[in-house]
Ligand binder design. Structure first.
Ligand SMILES: Cc1cc2nc3c(=O)[nH]c(=O)nc-3n(C[C@H](O)[C@H](O)[C@H](O)COP(=O)(O)O)c2cc1C
Length: 242
């Protein structure tokens, strides 16, 4: 095995969900900044990066947020809480940014692909993301996909809900990158979906269409921070070859 795979193996195997942190142990909060910089390098659907990350650091805010997380131990004792937010409402500005940056100083040798990039972000993405009032356009697209799909492979995930799922997938990949990075930095984490999402949105003063993906507790693991042995369904039930 390559050295880097050995190191990665160690990180993956030692990462556990830690529910109790030692807040008096030394904690380098720059490790969170570094890990977030790594997290945003995670793959993201159409590279739209429809995510935001909020670091909750002050004691006052952590206490408020822990309450919204039903006072779970992980939330109550964490050195920091990171809120991962999905921003599908920002698709226009993110697409505009990505296409502009992608085409800036575009290599001459890739000229052919330039028009494809332009078409992708300026025509295809708006076609997919524009949903109309109450998501009506998305539902029409779904019916049309179901009809065309009888005859040939077509994209099926075209509704507002489908796009929400897509953005949550990407955000979760960033969240996992973040958690593995924190482990590599020598700290522990706990992903949480046990919270009142309406109250979290209010706490962050988010607009209506923003959604909470997950909250990640971060800190120095207490010696009793892991609540039990690691349990996984056997691989033969989950991993298949064909
Ligand atoms: C999306 C998501 C939400 C989770 N929510 C919570 C939670 O609210 N509270 C909690 O204590 N653990 C939560 N967990 C942690 C899981 O319970 C944990 O990952 C699982 O039991 C496997 O244990 P391990 O992470 O130590 O391998 C969550 C994990 C994920 C991925």
């Amino acid at each position: 095995m390559k050295k880097s795979a050995e190191i990665f193996d160690e990180i993956v195997h030692s990462r556990r969900s830690v529910r109790k942190y030692n807040s008096s142990a030394p904690f380098d909060d720059e490790s969170v900044a570094r890990s977030l910089e790594r997290a945003v390098l995670a793959p993201t659907s159409s590279n739209l990066q429809l995510w935001e990350f909020y670091r909750v650091k002050s004691e006052v805010n952590k206490k408020k947020l822990a309450k919204i997380c039903f006072n779970q131990n992980a939330a109550k004792t964490a050195n920091e809480l990171i809120i991962v937010v999905v921003r599908n409402d920002k698709w226009r500005e993110r697409a505009a940014f990505v296409v502009e940056e992608t085409l800036k100083d575009y290599p001459e040798s890739w000229a052919k692909r330039k028009s494809l990039v332009d078409a992708y972000y300026n025509r295809l993405i708006p076609m997919l993301y524009f949903q109309g009032p109450f998501g009506i356009i998305g539902n029409i697209k779904k019916i049309s996909a179901n009809i065309s799909g009888v005859f040939r492979p077509v994209p099926r995930e075209v509704t507002e809900t489908d796009l929400r799922i897509s953005a949550h997938k990407s955000a979760a990949l960033a969240a996992q990158t973040f958690m593995l990075s924190m482990k590599a930095e020598g700290y522990d984490t706990c992903a949480m979906e046990g919270f009142d999402s309406v109250r979290v949105s209010k706490f962050l003063k988010l607009p209506k269409y923003a959604e909470i993906n997950m909250i990640i507790a971060v800190g120095v693991a207490d010696e009793n921070g892991v609540y039990g042995k690691r349990v996984r369904v056997p691989n033969y039930d989950t991993i298949f070859e064909m």
